[in-house]
Design a binder for this molecule. Structure first.
Ligand SMILES: Nc1ncnc2c1ncn2[C@@H]1O[C@H](COP(=O)(O)OP(=O)(O)O)[C@@H](O)[C@H]1O
Ligand SMILES: Nc1ncnc2c1ncn2[C@@H]1O[C@H](COP(=O)(O)OP(=O)(O)O)[C@@H](O)[C@H]1O
Ligand code: SF4
Ligand SMILES: [Mg+2]
Ligand SMILES: [Mg+2]
Lengths: 256, 256
């Protein structure tokens, strides 16, 4: 099972990248689960035709109990991708990452992975602070690889550095490792050099280079990923290449 | 004592706004303390000639105890402003806001406010998640007013909404109230309308409108606020006007 956590500063493009990766994996015939781990709860919206699904925390606030089945807090979206949103607690009250912890407990209780048998699981995780629930996907065997989405902007690289340090602080526990950086361009001055500098300083590889793309926004307005929109576009090829590379990566490690 | 907490999305300009407000209050003859509550720990850097000061959490990690005096974790900067940085825990390990809680405990133990007798206290607080230590400045009588710094960008307004909701969730406890919004421009399309829309929807006032300013960046490169750089600039007048308005506001409430 390929289990990847996508981290990055809020607004940097995690959900865009993650939902397009999910769609691309599915397009290649893989069985996928995408779990949104951002209180914004809109990670999977473009796999669901623009219709947000009820987050786990919202369900629990409304019904004051855990859902009895995964169906109550999930939806099958584009290409058969199973979509889940953790949501978050009421602002200001309680740990912001609590929704992730509650959701992970629920998924274990309902034995989701055993029942659905995914080949790929993608976690889309807020990376402004890597603590509490936001650190959970790295720990406890949930993800084996972390991808850091960043632009060349100072604030985005600061968050990327924080995420990398957080993952490294768990290095001796067999938790997830940072597989690489996805440069999601904002078209600022010397963006390539700035991100390459950061990558080199931290011994990381830039495994994806996503241009600023009108196609992304166009299909987003239709509640779609670019994969659902048109797999022949150059931007769609970027995501398909990235998924193939991640699958090959996984197979190679399997042989070790 | 005028006690203000400045919140906003990471990178939106909180420290720029807060350090210029501190400098402006000091220029008007007020005694000021600025407390950086962002793990980035660079809130006060432009009041200190570009030299970052040792954060409280770093001190505690190094010496494994609380500082014995405030002097060990503070510095007098431009205009006599007392500068403090909370810092944060090691990434991934422990609540990201822990530095704020530790610092607040320290300040009480050392009776800082009694000794220094500030007329203005400014807290510069990360607003991407309002939980744990990041919610502390709102609670427990630390700040009486919250200013939300935002641009017209979707992600920034999302954070602003979250901050506003968090403050409102404490409405019945006599905690801090949101005084207003500071629009710190990013020059995106329809920025004024987007922020006005948000303000109207949430019953908030836009009390400051800060243009994108080369002067800010120019003096930042010299480790200065624009107030220290040149109080005759239009951008400096913006900050001086805002401080006068906040002081008048405070006086008016005092009469009630
Ligand atoms: N490469 C890109 N080109 C154009 N727009 C993008 C790109 N990446 C992200 N965006 C846009 O930026 C906004 C924020 O992206 P999102 O994926 O929601 O960020 P996050 O999940 O990190 O908060 C979205 O509206 C999205 O369409
Ligand atoms: N109005 C502005 N004009 C020009 N640059 C600005 C303005 N506001 C902020 N900046 C720049 O944006 C960067 C981030 O601002 P900062 O105050 O550090 O953000 P925050 O404290 O919210 O993380 C700084 O380099 C600063 O110079
Ligand atoms: S652990 Fe992180 S998310 Fe939880 S309360 Fe602390 S700062 Fe907030
Ligand atoms: Mg997202
Ligand atoms: Mg700051």
């Amino acid at each position: 099972m390929l289990k990847i956590a996508v981290y990055g500063k809020g607004g940097i493009g995690k959900s865009t990248i993650t939902s397009n990766l999910s769609a691309a994996f599915s397009f290649l015939g893989k069985k996928v689960i995408q779990i949104g781990c951002d209180p914004k709860a809109d990670s999977t919206i473009n796999l669901l035709g623009g219709q947000p699904l009820l987050p786990v925390m919202n369900y629990m606030r409304e019904y004051e109990r855990y859902p009895a089945s995964i169906a109550e807090v999930s939806k099958i979206g584009y290409g058969g991708v199973l979509c889940i949103e953790t949501g978050g607690p009421t602002p200001g009250l309680g740990c912001a990452g609590r929704g992730i912890i509650a959701t992970f407990n629920l998924l274990e209780e309902l034995a989701l992975f055993k029942t659905f048998e995914p080949e790929v699981v993608l976690y889309d995780v807020l990376g402004d602070v890597v603590c509490g629930g936001f650190a959970a996907p790295i720990r406890e065997g949930y993800a084996s690889k972390v991808l850091i989405v960043t632009s060349g902007e100072k604030m985005s690289l600061y968050a990327a550095n924080n995420i990398n340090r957080a993952v490294n602080n768990f290095a001796d526990r067999g938790y997830a490792k940072v597989r690489g950086i996805i440069l999601n361009r904002r078209n600022i001055d010397h963006e390539t050099e700035k991100v390459q500098d950061f990558a080199v300083k931290n011994g990381l590889e830039i495994i994806g280079d996503i241009p600023r793309s009108r196609d992304i926004n166009h299909f987003e307005d239709e509640g779609k990923t670019v994969i659902e929109g048109n797999t022949d576009l150059p931007i769609s090829h970027k995501f398909l290449d990235l998924t193939r590379m991640l699958l090959a990566d996984e197979q190679q490690r399997g042989r070790l």
